[in-house]
Design a protein around this ligand. Structure first.
Ligand code: HEC
Length: 188
């Protein structure tokens, strides 16, 4: 078999597993004609990558009696699988951060806190062509009760600044997401 035929064959065999190439956009984010991000469907199927407690963006010292909110980070499934295969983010990767009230009263009563009501949600989309102003990073806030669309937070904004400065991998806080940091060799 010639080398060319072999590589064509190899490519076609590989195709189902590598349907998305680095230069392609996952194309799962949906936008309105006014460029607002539509609230994604099926967020319950997104893959949890991290969780934190009392991580709101303010300078108040952490109070163990009133920890504030529990933050849950999830990743859109196509983006997650792409990352696990390539150790890099595909264009169009989406992350969700949901803040839940840290609920101290539970049945049965636990010594700690459980997830209470959903307070707000934030979405981070990586897309260089769409968010050139934000260095390829678009940030959105969906307040509860659920908004159907959200506008990109205009640049410059503190979201991009903090994420680019302190996020250890491409403007994301992969250092706090166990499966991602293990893949990237970021320790712990
Ligand atoms: C002072 C720093 C800081 C600022 C400002 C900030 N973030 Fe974050 N962000 C974080 C940290 C730290 C995490 C990790 C949270 C965790 O581990 O649960 C995070 C995680 C996220 C995630 C999960 C995916 C990722 O990129 O790691 C989203 C979505 C997010 N932030 C949205 C926003 C939005 C929207 C804004 C602006 C309104 C914003 N952030 C501003 C520090 C910041």
């Amino acid at each position: 078999m010639s080398m060319l035929r072999f590589s064509v064959l190899a490519c076609s065999l590989l195709l189902p597993f590598t349907a998305v190439h680095a230069q392609d956009n996952l194309n799962v984010a949906r936008y309105s004609t006014a460029n607002e991000l539509l609230y994604p469907a099926s967020l319950d199927t997104w893959i949890q990558t991290g969780a934190s407690i009392g991580g709101e963006y303010n300078d108040k010292p952490f109070d163990p009696q009133h920890p504030g909110t529990i933050g849950v980070v999830q990743m859109e499934p196509n983006a997650y699988h792409y990352f696990m295969e390539h150790k890099s983010y595909a264009e169009g990767t989406m992350f969700l951060l949901s803040f839940y009230q840290a609920e101290g009263k539970s049945d049965p009563q636990l010594p700690g806190f459980v997830q209470g009501a959903l307070v707000s949600q934030e979405i981070h989309v990586l897309d260089k062509s769409r968010f050139s102003q934000g260095q390829g990073h678009g940030f959105f806030i969906f307040r509860t009760p659920q908004q159907e669309t959200a506008s990109e937070i205009p640049s410059p904004n503190p979201c991009v600044t903090c994420h680019m400065e302190h996020g250890k991998f491409n403007g994301t806080f992969a250092q706090f997401y166990p499966a991602l940091r293990a893949k990237l060799g970021l320790g712990k």
